[in-house]
Design a protein around this ligand. Sequence first.
Ligand SMILES: NC(=O)c1ccc[n+]([C@@H]2O[C@H](COP(=O)([O-])OP(=O)(O)OC[C@H]3O[C@@H](n4cnc5c(N)ncnc54)[C@H](OP(=O)(O)O)[C@@H]3O)[C@@H](O)[C@H]2O)c1
Length: 179
Amino acid sequence: MSRTVYYTATTLDGFLADEHDSLDWLLSQDIDERGAMNYEDFYAGIGALAMGATTYEWVREHLASTGEQWAYDVPSWVFTHRDLPVVGERTRLTSAPVEQVHAAMLEAAGDRDLWIVGGGDLAGQFADRGLLDEVVVSIAPVTLGFGRLLLPRALDLRLVEHDRNRAFLCARYEVVGPR
Ligand SMILES: NC(=O)c1ccc[n+]([C@@H]2O[C@H](COP(=O)([O-])OP(=O)(O)OC[C@H]3O[C@@H](n4cnc5c(N)ncnc54)[C@H](OP(=O)(O)O)[C@@H]3O)[C@@H](O)[C@H]2O)c1
């Protein structure tokens, strides 16, 4: 059965990005791409993904500056109220209710899992509806003080796996429910 997983990197003090949406703190970290809880193995189990507009715009700007292509070959939903340019053949923009998008993602993913890419409030919107099963974080040895929050909700989680990948402490949590 598909699980809905919020998989992301975070600072030790719980930020996804700094206040300017920069990931400089992350991109400089030492990681083994084949190591514990790595992205490639995670993505191999993913059948559909969703992200918010700020995250999508960050990716679009990154692609424009590097010349890289959209890296996601699974059906992808971008939550926005704007008519943004669409990159990726299987990308669609949506402002539909989260539960409706989740149902469509489940159908598209078959037996594979759903990836909530971020940001934190979008992951929270899935959690608000009881639709978030797991939070998987790679915690970088950095604090920022402020920025974009990892998961601005009050939730109880259960630690089910942990490991180290070079600079990162990696942890998988099941979502138990609201506090
Ligand atoms: N550390 C990591 O690995 C990691 C992972 C993911 C993201 N990030 C970064 O973290 C930051 C996250 O930014 P963010 O917190 O602003 O979040 P975000 O979720 O990426 O974007 C928020 C935007 O998504 C749209 N949105 C959210 N919920 C919606 C809904 N129910 N219906 C329609 N539209 C909806 C709205 O855009 P509109 O104004 O267009 O309506 C909203 O302003 C970004 O800088 C991103 O690059 C880092």
